[in-house]
Design a protein around this ligand. Sequence first.
Ligand code: SAT
Ligand code: MN
Length: 589
Amino acid sequence: MTMITNQFVNDWVKEMAELTKPEEIIWIDGSEEQLEAIKQDALTTKEMLELNQEKLPGCLYYRTKPTDVARDEKRTVICTRRKEDAGPTNNWVDPQEMYDKMGKLFDGSMKGRKMYVIPFSMGVVGTEFSKIGIEITDSIYVVLSMAIMTRVGRDVIDALNAGADFTKCLHSKADINEQEKYIAHFPEDNTIWSINSAYGGNVLLGKKCLALRIGSYLGKQEGWMAEHMLILKVEKEGEEPKYVCGAFPSACGKTNLAMLTPPEYFKEQGYKVSTIGDDISWLRIGEDGRLYAVNPENGFFGVAPGTNMKSNPNAMLTTMKGTIFTNVARNLDDNTVWWESMDKNPPANGEDWLGNPWNGPEADVKGAHPNSRFTAPAANCPIIADEFSTGEGVPISAIIFGGRRAKAEPLVYQAKDWNHGVFIGSAMASETTAAANGQVGVVRHDPMAMLPFCGYNMAEYFQHWIDMGKKMTNPPKIFHVNWFRTDENDQFMWPGFGDNLRAILWMLDRCDGKIDAEETPLGLAPKKGDLDVTGLDLSDEVLEKLFAVNKADWEAEVEGIQEFYDKFDSLPVELTDALATLKAEIEAL
Ligand code: SAT
Ligand code: MN
């Protein structure tokens, strides 16, 4: 039964059904009864398992194939008519060639299966920021996850019936054949096709595919920005709240920063932090010339290992109900979940993420895959901000760029101005993580943490950043941070987690013009005493090392940035000039 009167939608769904040949078509209206019935289907087929309903009400367990545990960047492609529109950092295939190739794979891929049609919105329906998509899929995991991660319901259907434009998203798990896995984007057709994967980042098409790759492309056309950024609200009793965005590559702590717990010392002073988003920001310029952000998602797809009651109690509490756990370990005694560093009590009678008997850290394999995930409703988060649910943008005071860098990058510094901030973002690098297939721990350039997510030529993306800066009379200040710098013994020097608030408060003081800063070749650094380290066991010597700008390290950095820049035919002059200035200043050290 279709509830859709929009002929364009019905025609497209019909065409996709003729291609994939399912035995039945089910339209998702997001109602609890419908989702419950679909969940029961998944339990019957054992596609998903129900966890202990007393301890983890509404929670499910899901496992992907061992070859399908992370985003696959090699198999993620941008299909624009002209290759140069995808740019040197994206995999490009001619759109017709890709439609033909994938069309053959989709042909009959849903035979004997149900096809679910999920109308969804990124952003709150009816707000300026909302974008509608329809995902067709043969995976119940996708249906239940999309119901958490996006807004699914009657109002989306009403918007479509009123003629709203939408992104056409087609997914089939097919045989999960990794040789024929493709995640293809057709920005010029507002279309996404994904086949042969069942892992979140490749198949929850509203997230990276729509909200970032297609979103960034639409943003360039329509004059807004889609960014890989968390949004955090910082309040001090009696003062106006402040909002901060932060771009960090996958698995570098965005969820932890977005949900941070202030150290006692700051709580006593009346500071409070709340969460608006942990992964994606859509940003628009307001009438007052400031930049406004929303989180277009409706849930968190967070990395499980390393999350615990100390590192991120708010995330732990968020996952206590209505959550899907993917590729974590199971405790068979009480049918709950476990992952590395969750607590000091790994299950004595457990099953690892591969489904093999597992009896704790002495075993050869880890209990949970390093990229195992929780998919949890944002509404569960104990510190979710009210602004999250209105979907109205919040004015951003500061944008933070950061990576995972053992060496070279200081704890925190500020860009000299917007364009210099764009340079810093474009020059960002980070050690790779388990969030994508491939080697872990190698430094790679990841501009604005968008390398895997920019849906068009990154040179034009940088230009878009510069153009947006020109349109703002009161742009956010831009900063760079590195929580991960290590000493001679490879130990982290900065405590991180809640203590990261100290760096954020320095930034906000800078935004308010309350304090000066020190000029360095990289930008503006805190003056001695301005970064509040009260209560930290941090010697002056370590503090100095956290901020050191080492000439040899930075000569190598400059060379690395140049090498990265050389991939592009042309770059905005603002960036090449900033690199030349940095080079000269490092040489003068
Ligand atoms: O798997 S996702 O791409 O959704 C998460 C991430 O890598 O940021
Ligand atoms: Mn992400």
